[in-house]
Design a protein around this ligand. Structure first.
Ligand SMILES: [Zn+2]
Length: 380
């Protein structure tokens, strides 16, 4: 058995309050997943993530494959043990990072040849190899190897990209099903094992998205992701793709939108029926001094905070807002002190996790209605 998805309540707008039972953790959904690229959510220690209430974090297959290497991580008991993270994890397939290396890659039907951004060494990733690496890393959820279609892409280009992604999805799934019991922690988790999600692509073309979703559903993955978003398309296009795809996905399986978004976006998508989301925005913005607060975005480097003794967000209950002032965070940011990035990241993650916690609370009530959900003041 891999995962068990138990829906507790569905709102009129389609938002789902559910529990996702994974080998390392039962997750309350909808859930926001902090991104831990290279075995760390940048600048934030694992015990802090736990105290913030992070239930599941991402690991990055491409980065961990290059350094320290997936075989080394397997020998050390898998990624959970290596980074000392007892809760759930998800690894991406490496497809998105390879996509980002536009100048360094060559794609064929067989797979992708790319050069390491670290030392220029040459590597070849196939769907089978991506799955092998993800089994070695041992996250609770693996992702099928896909090609992330760039934006803008004309219809022919999006169609060709989709053809490749669908063929890779089939190969990823077949290889995963043949090997899914090999994960290093299987015996320690009572015989439970990893799951694999398929990724819907198709650019901004509704018919291609539909075709992609239908073909993946036929293949019968454990869950489904909508990929190829947050690649520069306008926000209305993101929303359009999500609205098109969600009704085509099985109601009884988890739905994951990859790489989104700002706080109001993740709340909006969760209310539409998206169960899982991940994004680098809270931590990346934090390192640049941008804080998300109940009163909107705050550039903590701004001169007006020089002697401001209020916490970053007076309504936030996080450990940063409970202890430090805007003036101190501004000083740290301007002085380039690493603690500034850490404290800003902790607050932003607390804010994102809090947004999702409030959406879960709204969705808990069986009488929840669309109008009530839309007037709830969780937007920054
Ligand atoms: Zn805070």
């Amino acid at each position: 058995m891999a995962l068990d998805f138990n829906i507790l309540n569905v709102s009129e707008a389609g938002g789902r309050r559910a529990q996702l039972h994974l080998p390392h953790q039962t997750i309350e959904t909808p859930v926001f997943m902090p991104v831990g690229t290279a075995g760390t959510v940048k600048a934030v220690a694992q015990d802090v993530l736990e105290s913030l209430g992070a239930q599941i974090i991402l690991g990055n297959t491409y980065h961990l494959y290059l350094r320290p290497g997936h075989e080394a991580i397997r020998r050390m008991g898998g990624l959970h043990k290596f980074i000392s993270w007892p809760r759930a994890m998800l690894t991406d397939s490496g497809g998105f990072q390879v996509y980002s290396l536009t100048q360094l890659r060559k794609i064929s039907d067989e797979g992708v040849r790319f050069r390491s951004h670290l030392d220029g060494s040459s590597h070849f990733f196939t769907p089978e190899h991506s799955i092998d690496v993800q089994i070695a890393l041992g996250a609770d959820i693996c992702m099928a190897f896909d090609e992330c279609t760039e934006y803008p892409a004309d219809r022919d280009r999006a169609k060709e990209s989709l053809r490749l992604t669908m063929s890779w999805a089939r190969r990823s799934l077949d290889h995963f099903r043949a090997r899914q019991d090999e994960v290093v922690w299987r015996d320690a988790c009572n015989g439970k094992t990893q799951s694999v999600f398929g990724i819907v692509q198709g650019g901004v073309y509704a018919d291609l998205r539909r075709e992609s979703a239908e073909r993946l559903v036929e293949m019968d993955f454990d869950g489904y992701a909508i990929g190829g978003l947050s690649v520069g398309e306008p926000r209305e296009a993101t929303l359009e793709v999500i609205s098109t795809v969600l009704p085509l996905l099985p109601k009884d399986k988890p739905r994951y939108v990859m790489g989104v978004g700002f706080p109001d976006e993740i709340a909006q998508y969760a209310r539409m029926g998206v169960d899982m989301m991940d994004c680098v925005i809270p931590t990346r913005a934090a390192r640049h001094g941008l804080l998300f607060t109940s009163e909107g975005r705050m550039n903590i480097k701004n001169k007006k905070y020089a002697e401001d003794q209020y916490p970053p967000d007076p309504t936030c209950g996080c450990m940063v807002c409970g202890r430090y002032s805007r003036a101190y965070l501004r000083h740290l940011a301007r002085a380039g002190e690493p603690l500034g990035g850490t404290l800003n990241s902790i607050h932003n993650l607390a804010y994102y996790l809090g947004v999702m916690q409030r959406v879960r609370a709204e969705l808990r009530a069986p009488q929840a209605t669309t109008s009530r959900l839309e007037t709830n003041p969780t937007r920054p």
